[in-house]
Design a binder for this molecule. Sequence first.
Ligand SMILES: NC(=O)C1=CN([C@@H]2O[C@H](COP(=O)(O)OP(=O)(O)OC[C@H]3O[C@@H](n4cnc5c(N)ncnc54)[C@H](OP(=O)(O)O)[C@@H]3O)[C@@H](O)[C@H]2O)C=CC1
Ligand SMILES: O=C1O[C@H](COP(=O)(O)O)[C@@H](O)[C@H](O)[C@H]1O
Length: 506
Amino acid sequence: MTNAVFLIFGATGDLARRKLFPAFYSLYRERKLGDKFAVVGLARRPRSNAEFRQDVLDSIKEFARYNVTKDEQWESFAEHFEYMSLDINNVEGFRELRSLTDKLDAKFEIGGNRLSYLALSPELFGSVSHNLKAGGLQETGGWHRLVIEKPFGYDLKSAEKLNAEIRQVFDEKDIYRIDHYLGKEMVQNINVVRFANAFFEPLWNNKYIANIQITLSETVGVEERGGYYDRSGALRDMGQNHMLQMLAIMAMEPPGRMHPESIRDEKVKVLRSLRGFESSDEVRAHTVRGQYAAGTLKGQALPGYREEDKVNPHSNTETYFAARVFVDNFRWAGVPFYIRTGKRLPVKTTEVVVEFKNVPNNVYLAKKHKLEPNLLVFRVNPMEGIYFKMNAKQPGSEGTIVPVAMDFCQSCQVGLNTPEAYERLLHDAARGDSTYFTRWDEVALAWKYVDQIAQAWSERSDDLQSYPAGTWGPERGRKLVEEDGFRWWPVNGQDEGEVAWEFVQR
Ligand SMILES: NC(=O)C1=CN([C@@H]2O[C@H](COP(=O)(O)OP(=O)(O)OC[C@H]3O[C@@H](n4cnc5c(N)ncnc54)[C@H](OP(=O)(O)O)[C@@H]3O)[C@@H](O)[C@H]2O)C=CC1
Ligand SMILES: O=C1O[C@H](COP(=O)(O)O)[C@@H](O)[C@H](O)[C@H]1O
């Protein structure tokens, strides 16, 4: 049931404009919202309802999957949207909000359900929860859910404090912590591929898998978020959440059933099994950090990180990080998981590569064939799909062995208009399905792991390496994998070196 008054705190901000309003519109167009809903936009700056609806229309025109025109359908959608100017620190405003929501509840026959979406800076999360209660907004009958954006804290200590504040008002079951990577189609597909196919699960362990590589590369710099990013860095911005979540999904045991708590329990077990570090030197041996300098990307000259707006010109914040991670359990003992992410890298892509151990090469040894390892690749973004790389005879040759790809390209299917991550997550929260949201124990364990790295890095910064914008990060990122006798496999058809994979390029 999606009947609810949606309270969008931060309705004049970037996230609301780029992601949330377009998501509402797509859900409406696909009849997933029904008609018993209202959206109240909340922020300090003044806006009439008409101005707010115009903002919503503009954002949909710019960012939504569906085209919109000012027609009857738009009018019936727009009448569900109202705006109220509110300062989060002013409890009086919340009392007025209670009256407004009661009125909308009666108008659209909602039945008391409330979903508060905090598209705000995290410092304000505690005040909103407190004032929702103080303003009487938690006493309307129906359910009351809280959707919170990342970052969930800056480290374990601040995350605990934040959690304690919101838990004074909301039960854990009603808190939906967003990690938008969990809303991505292909991330959700990893479990299906693993648990709904006979041929992967038997091989999914240290007997057959040599290593797993997770790459989240971006071409963008910090854009207008320099103030936030300079305090955060790649480790906290992407590592603590998206990367460890993807690792957990790749490594988890099959859940008893596809129930939110069963899935989260399995992810928690993985996060609990992450091998910690004995010393700062050990952290440095298993991690790499870098910061982009001026460079060129697709022919465009780009400034270095320290020249970006709102960034400290002497900043030591990392814009790239890579790590060798071990999951110390029976299934994964000895298998390295290599994770890397960075801004101003040559391509925008999210991919997971599973490299299998080679078969014994006695059969083809005499012919001096070097067998390439089998790879299973999940393409999350921008292309969506899966491909499997295997060895086969080159047609017409005298038994020459070449790697070939079996390629399932989901995003190439004509007419497929896959929902955006925020759309799916908003719909899930409204339906009360928390499967693809992070539970507190997952968040806490991820911080515990990341804090060890951050602590070691804070002691000195001589290992922070610079890399030109438009390259694959610092040299040591490559070495991290080569030290173990492996290499980063090309992502999105792009390689770091001279080897190009024509057969995976479309
Ligand atoms: N933008 C993005 O792509 C992403 C953002 N996020 C997260 O989402 C959250 C929001 O980000 P973003 O939209 O970019 O931030 P913005 O700075 O663009 O927006 C912040 C919003 O908060 C409102 N606000 C600030 N202070 C108050 C206050 N005291 N009372 C009421 N409203 C207030 C602002 O409106 P006003 O000034 O009118 O009060 C504005 O609407 C952050 O936690 C961010 O980390 C996460 C992933 C991606
Ligand atoms: O959470 C974040 O994610 C984006 C990248 O998201 P994607 O869906 O475009 O891959 C990143 O740019 C941002 O820094 C980070 O906060």
